[in-house]
Design a protein around this ligand. Sequence first.
Ligand SMILES: [Zn+2]
Length: 274
Amino acid sequence: MSHKKTRRIDPLTLALPSGGADSHAHLDGIEFDADREDVLRRAKAAGLDRIGNVFLGPEDFAVRKSMFDGHPEVFFLLGIHPCDGMRCTRQSLAEMRAAFAAAPRLRAVGEIGLDYHWKNCPKELQIKAFVSQLAMARELGMPVALHCREAEDETLCILESRGFQGYPLLWHCFTGGPALADHILGNGWHISLPGPVTYTANEELRKAVARIPADRLLLETDCPYLPPLPWRGSRNEPAFTVFTAHALALARDASPEEVWRTCGDNARRFFGLF
Ligand SMILES: [Zn+2]
C-alpha cells in the first residue's frame, strides 16, 4: 500500500491526559520556522507537558535557545552529533561547559555517540568527539542521550571500557531487537522509543519493547524525522507521540494512559525535571 493512502488521524482524537513527555525533539530546525508556536500548542493539547529539545552544538544553542523563551515546558539537551564530530574542538567543548554552567534548562549531554550509516565524518573523529563529550558529561554530572546507528558493538565497547555501566544514559531512538535491549538494560540504562515502533514490519522491535521494565522506558519523536504510522511520509511533531504510546501499549499489554504516564514520569526523573 502506498503511504499516500495512509489515513491521517488527528492526535487529539486519542485523548490522552496531560503528563506525557517527548524526550527528544529538534524543534529549533527550519522545518518548524513557519509554525513553531502552533506545533507547541498542539503538543500541549495532546497531553505533553515536557519536551526535550536537542541542540546540535554550542552555536545552535546560543542563537536558537530564545525560540523557547515563552515555553517553560521545553527543556534542553546539548551535544555534538557524531556526524559533526569534526566540530568537537577544544573551543566548542569549552563553550558547551560554559553553557551548562549558565543554563539550568540544559538537562543532558546529547545527542552524542557513533553513526556509521552516514559517511560524513571519519570514525576516528567520531570516537574522539564521543569520548571527550562522555568525559564532559561525567565531569558536569549530566545524564547522556546516546545516538547509535550501525555502530552498536563499538558504542557498547567504548561505554563499557570507560565504566559507564550504571551511568544515567538514555539510548535514544532505539530500533533494535531483544538482544540489544537486554544488553542495554543489563548496563542499567534507559531506552527511548520513536515512531517506527508503529510500523507494521517492526515486529522484532515490538518484541524488544515488551521486555523493557516500566521504569526504564521513554518516548520520543526525534521530530521532524521518523513520524509514526498515521503520519508516515510527512513531518513529525511532538503531538504524534500519542500514536507511539498506543503502539507501545499494545506491545506491552498495558493501557495507553498507563504507558503515557509512565514514560512521562521516567523522563521527569531521568532529566531531573520538576
Ligand atoms: Zn536527534
